[in-house]
Design a protein around this ligand. Sequence first.
Ligand SMILES: [Zn+2]
Ligand SMILES: [Zn+2]
Length: 330
Amino acid sequence: MSANILYNGCLNLEIDNKIISLDPEGKVDADIVFISHAHMDHSISNETVTPKVTSEATKELVQFRRGLQMINTITFDIFDFNGINFKLLNSGHVIGSKSLLLKFKNKRIFYTGDICDKHRFHMKAADIPNSDIMIIESTYGSSMYEIPSITEIIEESKKWIREELSDGNSLVLYGYPLGKAQIISKIAEEFDVPIIINDYIFQINEICKRYGFSSKDFIPHSKYQKDDQAVYIFPASSRRKSPAIEAKKTKTAMFSGWALDDDYKHKIGVDKAFPLTDHADYKGLLKIVKQSSPEKVFTFHGFHNDLAISIKENLGIDAEPLESGLYKLF
Ligand SMILES: [Zn+2]
Ligand SMILES: [Zn+2]
């Protein structure tokens, strides 16, 4: 039995000469592929016959977002492949997101994909298994990123929306189309003004509704003709092109964990920014590692150097940031 990590921008596990590719973004060269969730930097961009392991929700979201057919997809939560046991667990990040626990012989490897340890609306916090080796994302792996309580951020954003609406303003709320947009939809639904939703987000919401998300029926932007006061929900990436906002008095807000940086809202040019995230923050990542209690951790994707140091210093667990190369596990 042998197991290695092969990292060259793409993260692969080699177990007994079989290659398991983890969240490959580009071309796939592996025996089996794991797709943790349907964010663009984690999902395949080409159709391939290589077996793909993911959830039903992610399969449908990737097909929609990438415009491809996910042929040969395995959506079981537990199955065996070449003597390796695959178990998919809720990673708490976005609708359909999974982490992966691999068991073979008496070893367990836990790969997080993107992970969140906090409950919010329809999203439940990640399930954390025990492991021997852990490969963890490090998006907010620096101690700079301690995110305040999600309840507080949600309440603060509702207060701001309430005040701006009573001042007669229309609002544009920006966030990633998958994940943040559904959370913003939940925040917005209690307000008694038309909620106008970008057509692409509308379609993603409709898919998410089949997998545990529920919200009021909002109006797709293309179907809204009026000029009244309204709340608009739009993709983060559309803010520079600014959606055709019909209302005259408009305020804008971004929902993103990066809002913890003081100059973020000026940098991206919005009136307000709320540090709402679908990732574990720095303390959350340490908590997840502690809970899984592995012998060794590999960090990648984000502040991987900082997180590896913190895991060693704070938890006394061996940790190494992944750089290009081969890492022998057993
Ligand atoms: Zn993600
Ligand atoms: Zn990511």
